[in-house]
Design a protein around this ligand. Structure first.
Ligand code: SAM
Length: 328
């Protein structure tokens, strides 16, 4: 699948549920209204849709949410998607908050998953509770260690937030180094209404990188996981530091991905509203597989050049949609 700007779309991110067992303050409001179950695609439908994308050239699938591991029977979807590895699909992975990882780590490995991204913004238990509104860091750490023990490569994703975790990146880099985890820092993006002003929390990673470079030897590397992060080898730890900088360094020119929500809506860009409904063609028996693939092709033909995020004080969010709709 080639988009109008000549970019090959090989990476599909699938939000399998909009529900989450945490309420991170920069991600969601506390009193979120979630989708009624009737709107959500069944696991079989999600598998069929993913299969269509794989047959059209998608080589990497990432499950996300909401929290992917809170969806009931999600392991059956993971097993069926895992069976596609080596048959068009190179990699199946997921992004999780880690709360359910201890339970599922071995099953994930058995299904063919080899890498997981775990979102963890702080190593401090009290801060974690505050940032997630009701999370228990012990559960997440258990999940992370279980993932490692099961043979999964772990990357820790942390959103860099002024006044929340800006004094912790050294400690996090050391901890990741001790355990062999890569650490990826992410700039906060203006998605969805939250309590407070994002401008107060926005921390440019250009600044963070300058500060880290005073203490750590960061060697730029061409390593990529097929996502938007730019990586540095950390000489002292042997692990990597990744930076995802949608605000300070736009990376849209190399965008290879699209995002499917649990209702079958395809977003061709995280930072734009335009979307295509794939649920109707998926459910239309008259259209069949060819009709579904044509709907996907039509959507890819509308992929925009890029996002235009800005974070300014007292401005409405760039997009009304929360990150939990598309999973980042
Ligand atoms: N529940 C899973 C998790 O925690 O990884 C998957 C979904 S969560 C929405 C995916 C990632 O998006 C998390 O790392 C989260 O911290 C990040 N995120 C949420 N809102 C964000 C925002 N406004 N800007 C940047 N990252 C955000």
């Amino acid at each position: 699948m080639i988009d109008p700007f000549g970019r090959s779309v090989t990476y599909l991110r699938v939000s399998v549920t909009d529900r989450c067992d945490l309420r991170c303050v920069y991600c969601m409001a506390e009193d979120m209204t979630f989708l009624p179950k009737s709107e959500v695609l069944s696991l079989e439908e999600l598998d069929r849709l993913c299969g269509a994308f794989v047959s059209m050239g998608v080589r990497k699938l990432r499950l996300t949410g909401g929290e992917p591991l809170v969806r009931r029977n999600v392991m059956s979807l993971i097993d069926s998607l895992g069976a596609r590895i080596g048959h068009g699909l190179d990699e199946l992975t997921l992004t999780t908050n880690g709360t359910q990882l201890a339970k599922h780590a071995e099953g994930l490995f058995r299904a063919g998953v080899r890498r997981v991204n775990v979102s963890l913004d702080t190593l401090d238990a009290a801060r974690f509770k505050e940032a997630t509104r009701w999370g228990d860091i012990a559960k997440v750490l258990d999940g992370i260690y279980a993932a490692k023990a099961a043979g999964l490569h772990v990357k820790i994703n942390a959103v860099a937030l002024k006044g929340v975790n800006e004094d912790e990146f050294d400690r996090m880099l050391s901890w990741c180094g001790e355990h062999g985890f890569d650490l990826c820092l992410i700039e906060t993006m203006p998605l969805g209404e939250i309590t407070g002003d994002r401008a107060d929390q926005f921390l440019p990673l250009s600044t963070v990188k300058r500060q880290l470079a005073q203490r750590w030897t960061l060697n730029p590397t061409s390593f990529t996981t097929g996502g938007p992060a730019r990586y540095y080898d950390v000489a002292e730890t042997g692990t990597r530091l990744g930076l995802i900088t949608p605000l300070t360094h736009n990376f849209c020119e190399s965008c290879n991905r699209v995002r499917l929500t649990c209702t079958g809506t395809l977003y061709m860009c995280l930072g734009q509203e335009d979307a295509a409904d794939l649920r109707a063609p998926l459910r239309d028996p008259e259209l069949g597989e060819d009709g579904l693939k044509q709907a996907i092709r039509d959507a890819i033909a509308r992929k925009p050049k890029g996002h235009d995020f800005v974070i300014e004080r007292a401005r409405d969010p760039a997009l009304a949609r929360h990150m939990s709709v598309t999973g980042g």
